[in-house]
Write a protein that binds this ligand. Structure first.
Ligand code: ADP
Ligand code: TRP
Length: 337
């Protein structure tokens, strides 16, 4: 749970990129923790559509995914009296702030950002130019993310473990700004669920759209079952003793079954008698039940995208009432007349 500091208005902010099917990792790592916190604190939940632009270059796909992520947020409770739900691209103040922050950020900080560094290392290992195929948006990504957060002065940012470094960068940038121009920004605190950390995908690596190993949240029953049947395991037979600590199927199962059922299954791994096929079937039923209610709401929003548009327009208006004065304060602080 976040630390409380009574002198600052505690708020929550997080965003999701519309880059592909929302999956169980997004739900457990970011959406659910954010929605839980949003019941306690005023919140900003958004669709990071301009962040998606670093990797998505297909007009129709970006539009579809934006509605998909919007409906996913809404189906999981983003529509609340104390929550502002919006699209990043609707808030021009974010992009102006991003430029201001970029002028306060040492280039070396971005050189060391994990995602950019991974792309460079990949190129070097493949004997390509270090910056082959890396666009400037990818390089500047952490600055845009800092602007997303700092434009609201949000205190808590629920994210998955993979976003930790981005939060550190946002805090560093806020610090540099405060030292240069006087106290303006609160330092945002990442909220990373200890019990969740990183949900594995069907191949055991981090579940991620970019690895194409995700279990989607909203798909047909048939497709969901098929996907779960694809979870990789070893090839041990039913009676053989198995190791639950290295089994990817068990790792995912643990998030959805009751503690009693988890220990029964763990026992079966250790003593023999566990059939991977029936555990997959059980997992499929658990996930289907877990997502059933929100799936119905999701589908109703997807059939009424005009409703999504109008919710986002309201969000934009509420946001800009806050971001315009804050940006003016920042402009005054830096000497823009
Ligand atoms: P992806 O890696 O699939 O592209 P995003 O980068 O859009 O996912 O992530 C959106 C949010 O979901 C972020 O806060 C991220 O940390 C969280 N998240 C993504 N994948 C996982 C996972 N496998 N386990 C826990 N949280 C995750
Ligand atoms: N970078 C985040 C991701 O890949 C998405 C994001 C953009 C975000 N801006 C943010 C998350 C601000 C939290 C706060 O998942």
């Amino acid at each position: 749970m976040p630390q409380t500091n009574s002198s600052i208005q505690q708020t929550v902010l997080t965003g999701i990129k519309p880059t592909g099917n929302a999956h169980l990792g997004n739900l457990l790592g970011a959406i659910e923790p954010a929605i839980t916190l949003s019941k306690q604190y005023p919140s900003y939940l958004f669709i990071a559509d301009y962040h998606a632009l670093t990797t998505v270059f297909d007009t129709k796909f970006l539009q579809e995914q934006t509605y998909h992520i919007a409906a996913t947020w809404l189906a999981n409770g983003a529509l609340d009296e104390t929550t502002i739900f919006y699209k990043q691209s609707d808030i021009p103040e974010i992009f102006e702030l991003a430029w201001i922050l970029s002028c306060l950020t040492a280039k070396g900080v971005l050189n060391r950002a994990h995602s950019y560094k991974a792309a460079v290392d990949y190129n070097i290992n493949n004997k390509k130019d270090a910056d082959y195929n890396v666009n400037c948006g990818h390089y500047l990504y952490p600055i845009l993310m800092a602007a997303d957060i700092l434009i609201t002065n949000a205190t808590f940012v629920p994210v998955g473990q993979d976003q930790k470094q981005h939060l550190e960068i946002a805090r560093d940038i806020a610090n540099v700004f405060n030292q240069t121009y006087g106290d303006t920004f609160v330092l945002p605190e990442p909220i990373i669920q200890e019990s969740i950390q990183t949900i594995p995908g069907i191949d055991g690596r981090k579940m991620s759209k970019s690895y194409r190993n995700e279990i989607p949240l909203y798909t047909s029953s048939k497709a969901l079952r098929k996907r779960i049947m694809q979870i990789q395991t070893d090839s041990k037979g039913i009676d053989e003793v198995k190791d639950p600590t290295t089994c990817n199927l068990f790792a995912i199962f643990k998030y959805f079954a009751t503690p009693t059922r988890v220990s029964e299954i763990e026992n079966q791994y250790k003593t023999g008698g566990l059939a991977y096929g029936s555990l997959k079937q059980e997992l499929f039923e658990l996930i289907e039940a877990y997502t059933a209610n929100s799936k119905a709401v999701y589908e109703s929003y997807m059939q009424d995208t005009q409703k999504i548009d109008s919710i986002l327009t309201q969000g934009k208006e509420k946001m800009r009432e806050l971001t315009k004065p804050l940006l003016q304060q920042i402009r005054n602080a830096i000497g823009i007349i």
